[in-house]
Structure formats: C-alpha cells, structure tokens
Design a protein around this ligand. Structure first.
Ligand code: SAM
Length: 255
C-alpha cells in the first residue's frame, strides 16, 4: 500500500515539474505570426488561487491562461534545479550569444534569474545585465539574489506584459528563455525589442522544440521557423543557431 502511495506521489511531482515548464503560456495561437488571444474555460492546471494571488504583481485575468509564477519558492526549486544544467547548457547558450566584455545585456522573462550568473560573468565588471520579468515576486527574488551575490553591474526590473520598456538603442544582446511562447502579439513585441538594440545587437530566443520530452503542452510550442517568420515581420534577421541543446532551439534575431 505504502509503495502505491509513493508511486502516485512521484507521478504527481513529475506532472508538476512538466507543467511548470509548460507555464500555461499567455494565450497565443501562433499561426501565421498573427497571435490572437485564446480564452479557456475553468481554472484547471497550475493557475493558483491562494490569498496572495494578485499581491504585488501584474493583474492576472482569471481566464486568460497567463500563468501565475508568484510562488517563487516553488519555481526556484524547478528553475534552479542543478540537474537543469545538463539539458539547459547555459554556458553554451551564452557562448552562442557572442557576448563580449562591456556589453549591455537583458534577460527578458528572467524568472528566478537562472541565467544571471552566466550573463554577468560574460559581460564582466564593465558590462551590464538586466533581469526583466512581469512577475513582481520573481523580480524581488532576483533583486535579493543579485544583492547576495554582490553583482554591481546586474539589476532586476518589473516590466509590462506587452512591453519590455527598453531604452532606445541601449542593448547589445537580449536573451529570452522558455518565455517567447507566453508573449501575445509577438510581432509587435519583437518590434519593441528591435528598437532597444544597438547597431550590431541581437535577440536570442531559446525555447522547446516540438520533439522535446520536457516543455509546455505541444499545442503551445512554437516551431523555430515560426519565430524566424515573426522576427522577419518585425524587421529582424532571424536564423536558427546550431547547438547541442537536446530539447530546445536557439533562434537569433539580428538587426
Ligand atoms: C518558464 S519561466 C522561464 C524563466 C527563465 N527564463 C528561465 O529559463 O529559468 C517564464 C517567465 O517569463 C515571465 N513572463 C511571461 N510572460 C512575460 C512577458 N510578456 N514579459 C516578461 N516576462 C514574462 C514569467 O513571469 C516567468 O517568470
């Protein structure tokens, strides 16, 4: 009997982890680059309704499929799991971004700040890194992480769902990991990214392939060609960057 309970417990944990990466994205259907909101009935899945549901955060509309990441402790266990390194390969991602010391970099949808240590070490002391997220508790968590680590060139900032609020021509590199599929009106959003890039700047989207064994529900995933098409519509030169990541692709969008 005990064994049966343990088995169901393990199954529950696995479903939780896979669901978290799925993140019930921000209601977009990607056909033809024209993203349109999708309404979903009910409150199933991982959309939490604790008493702090709306505290210090973007207002989550109850039916719009935007996932609530406010339970930072829970997501830190998943996003910052040391086992992630084996498939996420953060050093390889950062190498592909061709970051040089002194560059200005933003990580959009940065979550708990998983990529911040790798980005800050790539830009060095003369560079700068900003971790941007729509989720207030995630941003607060990043701020504490940054302070603890003593990274003077790293900052965290809360941004709007439809606007990363970048200063014009201020960034050399933008990283967006496992988040692009959450963005509604992606072409419009990509135009805002483009406006934030310095000459020679580029955006890097890292997201789950259709074949990946982890990641969001397949109907929410985006083919890399779709991302490249969206970049083209926004005026960015998109291309697939060859990599050894087992579950994700990397798409570059350059000026
Ligand atoms: C699956 S998590 C990925 C976190 C991080 N990039 C990582 O790889 O560990 C998605 C994150 O994107 C954020 N997010 C979702 N939509 C966003 C948007 N439109 N702009 C900025 N952040 C967004 C969520 O709050 C969440 O922290």
């Amino acid at each position: 009997m005990n064994r049966l309970f343990r088995w169901f417990g393990a199954l529950g944990l696995m479903i939780g982890i896979l669901g978290a990466w799925g993140c019930k994205r921000n209601a977009t259907e990607g056909a033809g680059g024209a993203s349109k909101p999708v309404k979903k009935k009910g409150h199933k899945g991982m959309h939490h309704h604790g008493k702090d549901h709306h505290k210090g955060d973007v207002k989550y509309k109850h039916h719009d499929m935007q996932h609530d990441f406010s339970d930072v402790k829970r997501y830190a266990k998943i996003f910052d799991d040391p086992a992630r390194k084996a498939w996420q390969k953060p050093e390889e991602v950062v190498t592909k971004m061709q970051i040089k010391p002194g560059m200005a970099v933003a990580d959009i949808g940065a979550g708990t700040g998983y990529f911040l240590p790798f980005l800050q070490s790539a830009v060095g002391e003369k560079g700068s890194v900003e971790g941007l997220d729509i989720n207030g508790p995630m941003v607060q968590h990043m701020k504490e992480r940054i302070q603890k680590a003593g990274w003077s060139q790293v900052k965290a900032r809360q941004v709007k769902m439809d606007d990363p609020q970048l200063q014009a021509a201020s960034l050399d590199r933008v990283l967006i990991v496992n988040t692009w599929h959450h963005v509604a009106n992606r072409v419009e959003y990509a135009k805002k990214l483009k406006a934030g890039l310095k000459p020679g700047g580029a955006v890097y989207i890292v997201d789950f392939t259709m074949e990946a064994k982890r990641g969001p529900n397949k109907k929410h995933r985006l083919e890399p060609q779709q991302v490249i098409k969206e970049f083209a519509e926004a005026g960015l030169k998109g291309r697939l960057i060859p990599s050894s990541l087992p579950d994700q692709y990397i798409v570059e969008g350059a000026l």
